[in-house]
Design a protein around this ligand. Sequence first.
Ligand SMILES: C[S@@+](CC[C@H](N)C(=O)[O-])C[C@H]1O[C@@H](n2cnc3c(N)ncnc32)[C@H](O)[C@@H]1O
Length: 253
Amino acid sequence: MNSGSWETVMSDAGDAFDAHYALWTDERKDVASTKKEWARISQLAEISHREYRILDAPCGQARFADPITSAGHEYVGVDRSPFMIEHAKAKSSAQVVLITRDIEDCTFDMEFDLAINWFTSFGYDSDQSSKRCLERLYSALKPGGRLVMEIMNGQWLLNNLSATEKIVQTFDMTYGTVRDVNYVTADGIWHIMDRTYDYSGSQSHSSFAMRVLTADALTNWLHDAGFQSVDIFGSDERPLTNSDPRMHVVAVR
Ligand SMILES: C[S@@+](CC[C@H](N)C(=O)[O-])C[C@H]1O[C@@H](n2cnc3c(N)ncnc32)[C@H](O)[C@@H]1O
């Protein structure tokens, strides 16, 4: 698979967020890494000493539930993958709220001080749906509340693709190898993962496509969703450059 739009890619995608994906993230995003990421989120959110009500959407396996509740905040996680929510429930404490739902269908109204959309958690659908997700996250926040995102930098992808036409990433894991092949399609920047999990004795395949935006385009989408101010940084606390593969975003309602 090396061409086509979101519709053609997703038609044979299946459920990408399955048990093999969970093993893959468990290994890449362990407790130490998650703790470090939470420290960065707290910094971007400028968390003060009061108790926050925090929406993690999508939450995946709710790996932030522990550091967030341990810091004395309230945690609500939303994800549309029933597998991920069941996996999260099996690991989480009773005070954590976990909901199986598409962000697009959430109706939270000015309930949260902070919304987290972290680790490539945006753009898996049509642009119309993705824009609605941003509107839902905006509505969920109290006035002055913040949305913090971690997402691929479209400009970096474009720059690298122009040199190599495609980027192949291979991750060697304890349980085998995961191989991603990333392309840009004719209708804009789409990050297409054609992923084969190869854990000893068990293989699975999934494909999914994700809209990737440049910092300027994402800023426009966030303003269109209602956010007052948008700041985008590199992942190492410095200003964003074209050589940063990832972006850290702070949008204030
Ligand atoms: C790469 S995982 C990241 C999960 C989590 N944010 C983390 O840091 O571990 C992406 C997750 O997004 C979920 N997802 C993607 N689009 C969604 C949407 N529109 N509504 C709810 N969940 C969504 C998938 O089910 C998957 O669990």
